[in-house]
Every structure is written in structure tokens, then in C-alpha cells.
Design a protein around this ligand. Structure first.
Ligand SMILES: [Zn+2]
Ligand SMILES: [Zn+2]
Length: 383
């Protein structure tokens, strides 16, 4: 495709009289007559902005014949005697008539190799180590999405020690009297195996048994998925497609206050949406049937129960309940220790499993707690 070439002229600022925006074609300040020099940033040209999309310079291209000739005269050199800038194709300093024996710019570059020359790209930044890259990436992720959440989570998990005291203690004990009695249940035929029952002696050694399996009927037990033809499933996707051309420009610094801009039309790619379809197996749920039957067996059933409860200094005891040889007793016990801490502002409770663990706690007793900033009680010890 056809290339469109333009010459863009830069501007410089005179450091002798402070005139700004002098066109590059002037090698002397039109205001004070001082020659443009390498020092004092006089030769760092300003080229104005570029279009963000195409990279095209916002300045008009140079059409003036003399200015174009200057642009093509090669890289400027700086007189080693007077410092003035000179056309690249001249051998004698226009300012002091000295010969171009040595270029002040070349001398300066030799003395300070870190300084990037005007017509050479700046050196690539030093490569970071892999570790540094990973840390940078992690830092990016943290700061983007979840730094606050993680910071809060971390803060709230930090534990600290505090003191509190036992406010009260409570216990509750229940004794259940249970009897092994005949019941009728239902079960799946393939899981029922006839067996004779055996009655308990002093509350143990019993066998529930399975007897008199009867009344079997077909019932739904579960479902299973079965293939049921295919269906067409489509989703909308996007792909890149050529859609005309767009202008792209790049520039090359000519080292004399001018730059050459080359613009060309390149193929432009746009997002195109399309339907992506394929056949997928369809499934339906099918009921699975099996034989369900009634049968006779035995189960422990509660006949009665007694409760006892108390608090603080009252020692835990079991309620009185005596049983005959065919019955059994089942016992349940619950213990609660109520505590307060942070000067009574916060409350928590302990649930000891056994009497032994319960009786060590006495109302008024001081305790040491470990609590997180988020309010989770991690540890409670008697003091
Ligand atoms: Zn000036
Ligand atoms: Zn000179």
C-alpha cells in the first residue's frame, strides 16, 4: 500500500534570551542571534503531540523548500570551538569558521556514554529478576481486587490475651428408660434378610430381627439419566475479521530538528460475532422401581424419662429411675460455663463434655482468654 511521507519540524527554546518555540530551521535564535548549542537542552526538540490511534503527528508537514533541504542535510554536528550547531553536510562552522575536525556532540557522548543520543532509541530498561516480576504481579493482583479483604482478614485473625471471669455454671442430666418393643417397618426386598429376634438381658445382647416379610409392591426407589436423542446447542462467539484499512504512522528522528513521518494504510481487524453450534446428547430422568415390603422387627422406644438440673455450687447428680431387667437406661448430660471478658462487655460460653471437666469451673473464678481481633475465642484457661 502507498506510503505517505511527511517531514515534521521541531521547535527549540533559546536559553540565552528565553525565546520559546523557535523553528528547527533556525540554527540561530531570531531574537538574540545566539547559535543553538548542544548544552542547556537547546537541542532537545519538541515535536508536538501525535494522534493516539494512528500515531500521526498533529503538526502540519513541512512544505517550504529550504526547510526540506535542511531536513535532508544529515545529522547536525556541534562545533568543538564555539558550540554552535551546523548542518550535517557542511565542513566549516557557520558561526566561527572553524573546521569540522571534531564534533562536540561526539566528544560529549564519549565522555558520558549513558546519555542517549538524539537519533538513537533510549537503552532498554534493565531486566528485572523473576522474583521481582512475580512480586510485582502479586502486588498488582492484591491492589486490584482484594487487598482490603485480605488485610481485614489478616487483622481480624490476630489473637491477643485478655482476662475474664466465670459468671455462672449450669448442668442438666436426663435419664431415659427405654424398652425393646415390636414395630412394623418398610424396607427394600433385596435389603431384607429374615432373622429371629433376641430379647435383651439387663439392657444388652439384643437382636432386632427381620420377620414376616409381606405386602411387597413396586415403588420408585431412585432415578437414572438415560440418553434421549440429541439437541442442537448454539452459543454466540466472536472472531477477528478484516474490515477495511486504518492509517498507521511511525517516525524517524533525523537528528537535526526534523523528523520523517511515514504513514500507510494497514488492514484493520474487527470483532465479528457468529453462532457456534454442535449436537449434544439430551438426557431425561427415568424412574427406577424396586419391591418394597413390610416386616416385623424390634426397636428401643422411650417409656419415660427424668430430668435433674442445677447451677453454680450444686454438684451434678443423676435423677432417680429404676428399671426392670428387660428395660435399659440411657443417660445424657449437658454442662455450660458462662463467662464474661473485656470488663464484662463481652460474653462467651464453654460446654464441657464431662463432669470432670465441668467441676473445675467456679463462679467468680478469674480466667485467661486468647481472643482474635475478629472476636473468635481461641483459648480459655483457669487462672
Ligand atoms: Zn535568543
Ligand atoms: Zn564554531
Amino acid at each position: 500500500m502507498a506510503k505517505r511521507i511527511r517531514i515534521i519540524e521541531g521547535t527549540w527554546d533559546c536559553t540565552s534570551c528565553d525565546t520559546k518555540g523557535i523553528l528547527a530551521r533556525h540554527k540561530k535564535c531570531p531574537q538574540c542571534g545566539n547559535p543553538r548549542e548542544l548544552t542547556g537542552k537547546e537541542s532537545e526538540f519538541e515535536f508536538g503531540g501525535t494522534d493516539a490511534k494512528t500515531g500521526k503527528s498533529l503538526r502540519e508537514g513541512v512544505t517550504d523548500e529550504k526547510a526540506l533541504e535542511l531536513a535532508h542535510a544529515g545529522v547536525d554536528w556541534f562545533c568543538a570551538y564555539c558550540g554552535a550547531s551546523n548542518r550535517g553536510d557542511q565542513e566549516i562552522c557557520k558561526n566561527c569558521r572553524a573546521e569540522r575536525s571534531t564534533d562536540a556532540k561526539a566528544l560529549e557522548e564519549e565522555a558520558d556514554p549513558r546519555r542517549p543520543p538524539e537519533n538513537r532509541p533510549p537503552p532498554a530498561p534493565k531486566k528485572r529478576g523473576t522474583f521481582a516480576k512475580v512480586m510485582l504481579a502479586l502486588g498488582g493482583i492484591f491492589s486490584l481486587c482484594c487487598f482490603g479483604t485480605i488485610a481485614y482478614g489478616f487483622w481480624s485473625s490476630i489473637p491477643h490475651d485478655t482476662t475474664g471471669q466465670v459468671v455462672s455454671t449450669e448442668w442438666k442430666r436426663t435419664v431415659f428408660q427405654e424398652r425393646f418393643v415390636p414395630v412394623t417397618l418398610e424396607g427394600w426386598a433385596d435389603e431384607l434378610h429374615p432373622q429371629s429376634p433376641r430379647m435383651p438381658v439387663n439392657g444388652s445382647g439384643e437382636v432386632a430381627g427381620v420377620q414376616n416379610i409381606r405386602g411387597c409392591a413396586s415403588r420408585q426407589r431412585s432415578t437414572r439419566k438415560v440418553a434421549d436423542g440429541t439437541e442442537r446447542v448454539c452459543s454466540t462467539k466472536t472472531r477477528k475479521k478484516a474490515c477495511g484499512t486504518e492509517e498507521k504512522c511511525h517516525t524517524r528522528n533525523k537528528g537535526n530538528g526534523f523528523k520523517e513521518e511515514v504513514c500507510e494504510d494497514v488492514t484493520k481487524y474487527c470483532d465479528e460475532s457468529y453462532e457456534d453450534c454442535r449436537n449434544e446428547t439430551r438426557y431425561r430422568n427415568e424412574p427406577v422401581y424396586a419391591q418394597k415390603c413390610s416386616y416385623d422387627t424390634y426397636q428401643w422406644k422411650e417409656v419415660t424419662h427424668r430430668e435433674a438440673s442445677g447451677k453454680n455450687a450444686e454438684p451434678p447428680r443423676w435423677p432417680d429411675l429404676s428399671v426392670s431387667a428387660e428395660d435399659r437406661l440411657r443417660r445424657e448430660e449437658q454442662y455450660v460455663v458462662n463467662l464474661e471478658y473485656d470488663g464484662g462487655k463481652k460474653k462467651t460460653e464453654l460446654k464441657p463434655k464431662t463432669e470432670q471437666e465441668y467441676v473445675v469451673w467456679k463462679p467468680g473464678q478469674q480466667v485467661a482468654l486468647t481472643v482474635t481481633n475478629g472476636g473468635d475465642v481461641k483459648k480459655i484457661d483457669p487462672r
